[in-house]
Design a protein around this ligand. Structure first.
Ligand code: FAD
Ligand code: NAI
Length: 475
């Protein structure tokens, strides 16, 4: 006899595990199925984000930033160091510990919220009496009966045609986070979020990094002024970014690989590198769900088709996170997870994609929310812009990190904030104020009139908001 649950969630990434917690909080009997295995074959809930995404990448970004600071910036503070070394296995062991702490945290949350966890692959068996039969194929095969199913099966890295990931020379994000020594030369295909974050890690540790990007513009989705600043900063740091390339092949060469491509001028080139990270986007993961057998509709790119409420074409089947349309971000997946659980409970939550913040955790960090200046121009929207450089911010000077700026875009007439774009220290934290402001439909003047602590980086946001009305105080 199958055990019946009000809600069965397939996938325990940030979308799935958070959906399960919210469902349990709302009083539903809840199960969560996840197939991720740790080194010992045991469960490792948390999905891509926890195991080979957000968390380990931020651990390595922190370690490598500390190394770079010690090597290049401590001296400015009068701190002298001789024989600075980096122990890559130790750095990786720390990363592993951080990941495990997060896996353990989710296991604890499952117990605390009385969510039954099943380790294995979940797939649709059939529509039974009173719900969906979900088969669990794992160490302990099982069948669950679900009144509601939430599909949260995430995404996988996209490979270059003809260059499958071997995780030795041709690396996905998984391999990129587990290189056991500092490669002399590192090639990266794709100058998106992963390319820049991983490129920064290994460049800081001493690798010669070359990034090959297909598009002729750098960070096209980012506000152009911010992207230009970022390009300058990364190039100054030593990241070699080649735009407008067309990759024609990847072949084994000695201990590494050779990437053949034509550059923007159409000239044939070869990049020889010890390791190659391919970060050209991700594809939705529906492998093993048995979607076809039950008629779960997918779109032409393989995403589970959903409406604005994350409802699929099947009754009482919902889908959230990377496996559906919208930005592939952990916090977007979480918001959708909470919203779906609340919809199942008859509530009317709302997820506004326009206020989903983006962060690139490079140094300087890049963060934004809302519309870019180029989007506003293209839409013919009348706007005013205010910027404030960290160079003129006292806290940034004290930190010794004055690269970048804050930019506020506001409606020309109503002054409503339409977008905030930050490049600079702690942009990942500063963006939260802008998200709150936009959620509350604040005007630039509202931020300008709010008392911000001095000295703090957040004063740069206040000053940029004042600059919209040409009344910045410190610039
Ligand atoms: P996932 O996290 O992919 O989880 C899906 C889970 O479902 C997995 O555990 C998988 O094993 C399981 N699963 C799949 N199919 C089945 C099945 N049939 N049965 C059982 N289990 C199944 N986003 C950010 O917001 N901030 C960041 O800093 C950030 N950094 C990133 C860094 C890297 C290197 C990468 C690759 C991604 C990063 N992301 C970041 C993106 C983020 O990881 C994803 O947006 C997020 O993990 C999506 O969550 P999800 O729950 O939809 O899916
Ligand atoms: P991405 O979409 O950010 O960037 C991919 C880049 O590869 C693009 O610039 C694209 O033009 C380029 N590209 C595509 N095909 C190419 C080709 N054949 N040759 C050369 N360049 C090519 O994807 P990425 O970096 O793989 O990351 C996937 C997703 O993971 C991100 O979009 C983001 O949603 C998420 N992520 C989020 C992070 C964060 O929030 N800090 C960190 C890392 C990943």
């Amino acid at each position: 006899m199958a055990t019946t649950f009000d809600v069965v969630v397939i996938g325990a990434g940030p979308g799935g595990y958070v959906a399960a917690i919210r469902a349990a909080q709302l009083g539903f009997s809840t199960a969560c199925i996840d197939e991720w295995k740790n080194d010992k074959g045991g469960p490792a809930p948390g999905g891509t984000c926890t195991n080979i995404g957000c968390i380990p990448s931020k651990a390595l970004l922190q370690s490598s930033e500390n190394f770079e600071d010690a090597g290049h910036h401590f001296a400015d503070h009068g701190i002298g160091l001789t024989n600075l070394t980096i122990d890559v296995p130790k750095m990786m062991a720390r990363k592993k510990t951080v990941v495990k702490q997060n896996n353990d945290g989710i296991n604890y949350l499952f117990k605390k919220n009385k969510i039954q966890f099943f380790h294995g692959r979940g797939s649709f068996a059939k529509k039974g009496e009173g719900g969906w039969e979900i088969a669990v194929a794992g160490t302990k095969p099982d069948t669950l009966l679900a009144k509601h199913v939430i599909v949260a099966t995430g995404s996988n890295p996209r490979a270059l045609p003809g260059a499958a990931f071997d995780e030795k020379s041709v690396l996905s994000n998984d391999g990129a986070l587990a290189i056991d020594h500092i490669p002399k030369t590192l090639g990266i295909v794709g100058s998106g979020v992963i390319g820049l974050e991983m490129g920064s890690v290994w460049r800081r540790l001493g690798a010669e990094v070359t990034i090959l990007e297909a598009l002729p513009t750098f960070l096209g989705a980012v506000d152009t002024q911010i992207a230009t600043e970022a390009h300058k900063a990364f190039t100054r740091q030593g990241l070699k970014i080649v735009l407008g390339v067309k990759i024609s092949g990847v072949a084994a060469a000695g201990e590494g690989v050779a990437v053949s491509y034509t550059d923007a001028a159409g000239t044939a080139q070869t990049l020889a590198c010890e390791k190659l990270i391919v970060s050209i986007g991700r594809v939705p993961n529906t492998i093993g769900l048995n979607a076809e057998a039950v008629g779960l509709a997918l779109d032409e790119r393989g995403f589970v088709t959903v409406d604005g409420d994350c409802k699929t074409n099947l009754e009482s089947v919902w889908a959230i996170g990377d496996v559906v349309r919208g930005p592939m971000l952990a916090h977007k997946a979480e918001e959708e997870g909470v919203a779906v659980a609340e919809r199942i409970a008859g509530q009317k939550p709302h997820v506004d994609f326009n206020t989903v913040p983006w962060v690139i955790y490079t140094s300087p960090e890049i963060a934004w929310v809302g519309q870019t200046e180029q989007q506003l121009k293209a839409a013919g929207r009348a706007y005013r812009s205010g910027t404030f450089p960290f160079m003129a911010n006292g806290r940034a000077r004290a930190l010794g990190d004055t690269t970048g700026l804050v930019k506020v875009l506001a409606d020309e007439k109503s002054d409503e904030i339409l977008g905030v774009h930050i490049i600079g220290p702690m942009a990942s934290e500063l963006i939260a104020e802008a998200v709150v402001a936009m959620e509350f439909k604040a005007s630039a003047e509202d931020i300008g009139r709010i008392c911000h602590a001095h000295p703090s980086l957040s004063e740069a946001t206040k000053e940029a908001a004042l600059a919209v009305d040409k009344r910045a105080l410190n610039f």
